[in-house]
Design a binder for this molecule. Structure first.
Ligand code: NAG
Ligand code: NAG
Ligand code: NAG
Ligand code: ZN
Length: 577
């Protein structure tokens, strides 16, 4: 009977979407798995999945011109000519050794960030962060002295290299110096201890080696080498380092630095912001690509509450609160969001780029892409056949926490579940909430329970109810970074000049997207030109957020080359700001 009632209850809902993986593994699947296994997509995909977006959702900003994609955003952007900077890093054996040493030293400082950290001046667990600041100053004395150094909210590090021309908007390079904890009970699973900074000849081992210290150290090396060779910035260069990127409710690091900078430079006051994120792959459908993330999915956590009468288990109702919650969870999981490729999705653009430039892109998909939305829908269905593919082109749902009941002879009075959503580029916080409310309301109705969604109303609605509440601070999908115009050409041209495939060939630069969120979410007021790009090649970095994290020495040198180049080219840039 209950099953029948449930079936009736869900009659008007869309049919459950089949999520059974197909047996046939697609080419793109292999490609994407390669990217993820390589670890450089760590910050794009898996590694940041556990994070709660902490930005104030910039609702007004979503209306900004750059938040709206145009048909031109669907096509693969024009590939600019390689933009060679005046100077290259002159890698001597001595410089290589010193670069490796700096990288190792940074990893050896255990700047672990915990979700329950107290204030910096109170909680002793922040001690290593003060050591790191001291180390940074002594490791890079030339740059440290040349910069105006400010500590924002005690531990945020802001280094400003003032340019001679104040009319030029600054370049800002981000990285974070906190790392996820390496719990002592996992130490025996590390091949080399997590804060050893061990150099095995190919990789530097340790927590934070890949996420994010290779980038931070490379940024300081690049600016140092430039200053030592006589570089005097015309355009201000800013290095900005948060210290709580890995925390669940990150709010003290870039959450404070970005507003501080907004006060100093004003809305849209920066030319270009580059944060951790994508890298390069020699095999994106058979061709070498650079894949900077030009978009980021949104974020929403919710709590579902089911309140029912308690009482003795010997006289139970047909469904206890736990039974009702089970139906809710089932219904939500059986009605996932439709995966989709629309003009809002940077992944659609990646596919257009692969179609245009890649040796092994499926011909069938090329034909479908040419057909417009109908064809894109078909590609989306195939793309979504794997878990990773689905996550990249649709809102995901993860029921992660459930609580209810206290005793086996007592009926549960309150059952709660926490659900995490990663919001697709063509959805919003509101559309995600609507979808869930529609599904849950039906179950509430079936059981004759009062239903309340997203109200801040704390007053009791009796003991028979289902409530939906937002948890933490939700985040809209990121505004899309422009993929044409001067700054795009500057960025992509510099990538082409400074990074290459293993065989030395030039990279196709294609927009890509991130399923997780990084600290750059705090910067959308400051520029539309936000790129999430480290520049590591696939296979350079492993183990982010887990045991045996390591990042390659060769990859580290490549990041130094890339940052060295982008600083010079941005300095010389005279295009539209
Ligand atoms: C409801 O309770 C929450 C958590 O205790 C609180 O933050 C919020 O301000 C309350 N809302 C109202 C309208 O009182
Ligand atoms: C809050 O909830 C109570 C109980 O359901 C209801 O009577 C009241 O009208 C609600 N207040 C608002 C502002 O929605
Ligand atoms: C962006 O600007 C809006 C409007 O001024 C403001 O409310 C919001 O806090 C800003 N966002 C961040 C992350 O500082
Ligand atoms: Zn990171």
């Amino acid at each position: 009977m209950a099953e029948k009632a449930l079936a009736q209850g869900t009659e008007e809902l869309p049919p459950p979407v089949s999520t059974a993986p197909k047996a046939k593994r697609k080419l793109w699947f292999n490609v994407l798995v390669t990217l993820v296994a390589a670890g450089y997509l760590a910050s794009l995909a898996s590694s940041h999945l556990a994070r709660v977006g902490s930005a104030v959702a910039p609702a007004a900003l979503q209306q900004a011109p750059w938040a709206q994609s145009t048909p031109a955003d669907v096509q693969c952007p024009a590939q600019p000519k390689a933009l060679h900077p005046p100077k290259k890093v002159e890698w001597t054996d001595e410089l290589r050794s010193s670069s490796i040493k700096l990288f190792q030293e940074a990893v050896q400082i255990p700047t672990e960030s915990f979700d329950d950290n107290g204030e910096p001046d109170e909680d002793p667990r922040w001690k290593p962060f003060f050591h790191f600041q001291k180390w940074l100053g002594s490791a890079f004395p030339t740059a440290w002295k040349a910069a105006k150094i400010e500590f924002i909210n005690t531990l945020g590090i802001l280094a400003t290299f003032e340019g001679s021309d104040p009319s030029l908007k600054p370049l800002l390079l981000m990285s974070h110096y906190d790392v996820t904890p390496a719990p002592p009970n996992t130490f025996d699973r590390w091949t080399h201890p997590p804060f050893s900074g061990h150099n095995d000849g190919e990789f530097i081992w340790g927590r934070g080696a890949g996420d994010d210290k290779t980038l931070l150290v490379a940024q300081w090396e690049a600016i140092t080498y430039l200053l030592e060779s006589g570089f005097k910035p015309r355009r201000t260069v800013i290095l900005s380092h948060g210290f709580d990127e890995e925390e669940v409710f990150a709010r003290r690091g870039q959450g404070r630095i970005a507003p501080y900078l907004e006060e100093r430079y004003g809305k849209d006051g920066l030319l270009l912001v580059i944060d951790e994120g994508g890298g390069t792959s020699d095999d994106f459908f058979g061709t070498p690509f650079a894949l900077p993330a030009t978009g980021e999915k949104g974020y929403l956590d919710i709590v579902i509450e089911v309140g029912t009468d308690g009482g003795h288990s010997s006289v139970p109702p047909r469904h206890t609160g736990i039974g009702i919650m089970s139906q809710i969870v089932n219904t939500i999981e059986d009605h996932p969001f439709q995966p989709k490729l629309t003009k809002k999705s940077p992944i659609l653009t990646s596919l257009f780029c692969a179609s245009e430039h890649s040796a092994k892109f499926p011909k069938k998909w090329t034909k479908l892409l040419a057909k417009g939305q109908k064809g894109w829908d078909k590609v989306a269905d195939e793309f979504a056949e794997t878990t990773l593919g689905r996550a990249q082109i649709g809102t995901t749902i993860a029921v992660d926490v459930i609580n209810g009941g206290v005793k086996v002879n007592a009926l549960p009075e309150l059952v709660t579940a926490q659900v995490n959503f990663r919001i697709d580029f063509d959805e919003s916080i509101a559309s995600t909430q609507e979808h869930v409310a529609r599904l849950v309301k039906r179950i509430a109705k079936k059981h004759d329970l009062k239903f309340e969604a997203w109200s801040d109303n704390n007053s009791t609605i009796g003991s028979h109810y289902v409530k939906l509440k937002t948890l933490g601070i939700p985040l809209e999908p990121a505004p899309r970074t422009p993929q044409s115009g001067g700054v795009w050409e500057l960025f992509a041209g510099t990538v082409k000049a400074s990074l290459h495939a293993a065989d030395g060939s030039e990279l196709v630069v294609s927009p890509f997207a991130s399923t997780g969120n990084t600290d750059c979410k705090m910067y959308y007021n400051l520029t539309k030109n936000v790129y999430r790009f480290v520049g590591l090649s696939a296979g350079s970095s492993f183990g982010a957020h887990t045991v045996n994290e390591r990042s390659s020495v060769k990859g580290h040198f490549a990041i130094v080359d890339w940052v060295h180049a982008i600083i010079q080219n941005t300095d010389a840039y005279d295009g539209p700001q």
